[in-house]
Design a protein around this ligand. Sequence first.
Ligand SMILES: Cc1cc2nc3c(=O)[nH]c(=O)nc-3n(C[C@H](O)[C@H](O)[C@H](O)COP(=O)(O)OP(=O)(O)OC[C@H]3O[C@@H](n4cnc5c(N)ncnc54)[C@H](O)[C@@H]3O)c2cc1C
Length: 597
Amino acid sequence: MAKVHQFDVIVVGAGGAGLMAGLYASRGAKTAVISKLYPTRSHTGAAQGGISAALGNYEEDKPEWHTYDTVKGSDYLGDQDAIEFMCNEAIEAVLELEHMGLPFDRTPQGKISQRPFGGHTNNETGKPVRRAAHAADRTGHMILQTLYQQCLKNKVNFFDEYQVLDFLIVNGRAAGVVAIELATGELHTFHAKAVIFATGGHGRIFEVTSNAYVYTGDGAAILLRHGLPLEDMEFFQFHPTGIYKLGILITEGVRGEGGVLINGKGERFMPKYAPTVKDLASRDVVSRAIYTEIRAGNGVDGKNYVWLDARPETINKFAALDGRLNPDGTPYTITGEQVLQKLPDIIDFCRVYLGVDPITQMMPIQPTAHYTMGGIPTNKFGEVVIDDRNTVFPGLYAAGECACVSVHGANRLGTNSLLDLVVFGKHAGLKAAEYAKNADWQNLPGDADAGARSALDALRNGSGKENAFDITVEMKKVMFEDVGIYRNEKGMRAAIEKVRELKERFKHVRVADTGRIFNTELLNAWELGNMLEIAEVVAECALNRQESRGGHSREDFPERDDENWLKHTLAWHTGGKTRVEYKPVTITKYQPKKRVY
Ligand SMILES: Cc1cc2nc3c(=O)[nH]c(=O)nc-3n(C[C@H](O)[C@H](O)[C@H](O)COP(=O)(O)OP(=O)(O)OC[C@H]3O[C@@H](n4cnc5c(N)ncnc54)[C@H](O)[C@@H]3O)c2cc1C
């Protein structure tokens, strides 16, 4: 029998979204945060470029412009009421982080410094606007540290290195979770009135990815298994600039500071694809441009990578050609020392992992699987909704990358995720605490941990004919190749078949490590089970959507089709089968327009 704990609100995940939710929930309810990682190791800490808010600290900017850019960036699939809500709350959210002590970079006047990022524009001139508030190129690290300190100060209870394996439902309401304590292998039942999932994305289903090892879609897979739907799973963002082969992210901030993409022939190619914003076009556009160049034989040495050039002389040459100006109207130039000061971590990564010095050499890059747009459907208060009428599941909340509000629609704009965490993490925390205040306790059954126990036992007692590592490698490869940047029916059908075959093989996995203490082999195998289910749903939803929109690009349906496909997908996966239904997109002010780059 598992140990039992009782809290009003349980938050699963201690990244930006989980910590913000935990902080706000703890002000009104007895709250615990459970995390499979020590909190400050969460992926939020890897976020580099910045967090968006129309502060207008260098030049004019408005929440309305931020809203429209986000709607446009989402390729009109984002829900406009939620986007407007987020962009209006952005300024207060960033100032709140500042007041908590987050050490943002500063303008000469002492205000929070901001940099340009892809898709953020002055809506009147169409020119890039500086909207990304940043702390060098480690903005996420600073957010995570700041929020963790605030949580400690507010005495939030933490269960670090506990992995949640199951969600408990009693009388159709959230009633808690079951977790394994990694250090002992013991199961713990957490009885709660409200549960908030903030478990991050599932980029690890792809071969080349910028995502942390823990991005295995645990939260989404657990809820899927309990018969809840996931939204817009076909939409996954490929970031244009990952380090070749390694996938490690090179922030868009490099291009924000003036870096440009160069093909194997030494040409700057983005003006061909996006004449106005060029290298700062949305990520989907830049990733496809790189692939198109590679397919046309313009990769470096015929290989599947191109260069990112951030050498000061290159930046200065193209800034002059583009007529880029400083805020005071003087021509924009940069020195090697300034590049180093603004992008210290990137320079470090390249020096350490590649032996390349970006101040004097170009960086080899290829698109990398980066961000999960789809996920657990929620409304703008973080409440999980379970059908096309947005019916709320009592006591269940989700926030951050695992959730789909949907503010990112078919494609997320850079720096809007950190914002999403802070805004929706806060509201999920507030709502959960309010709910817990009025809700009754649900009685847990005596065998509440049975589901988690049997999932682990299956992996301990399998026939042993199959090896989890091999299955993982095969899944990642087929998903990256056939459900990646470019997709077509034939490839996706093959991918679905492959994933189903891998799921069958997975039933025969037996872990070799029979120990209880930090049995990472066992938990990696359990995570693989999650990834296989998520991969199948992603591939099926992608096959189902017969159009190209944002990050979902079909070679056999190259156009966006608003008449038939301006709608969200809801996917259920029960009994090994995926069922797809739809939900309308909320459109308030902005009627869909063709994207112009
Ligand atoms: C390299 C990189 C750079 C990025 N740069 C930017 C940027 O500059 N600007 C921007 O806006 N966005 C950026 N993003 C995206 C953004 O950082 C992420 O979307 C965001 O940080 C996700 O936060 P989160 O709180 O949802 O999840 P995370 O920070 O990943 O936290 C997930 C938490 O869930 C826990 N967890 C997961 N499963 C379980 C389980 N089964 N049991 C218990 N705990 C569990 C983990 O321990 C972790 O604490 C970047 C992403 C990457 C990968």
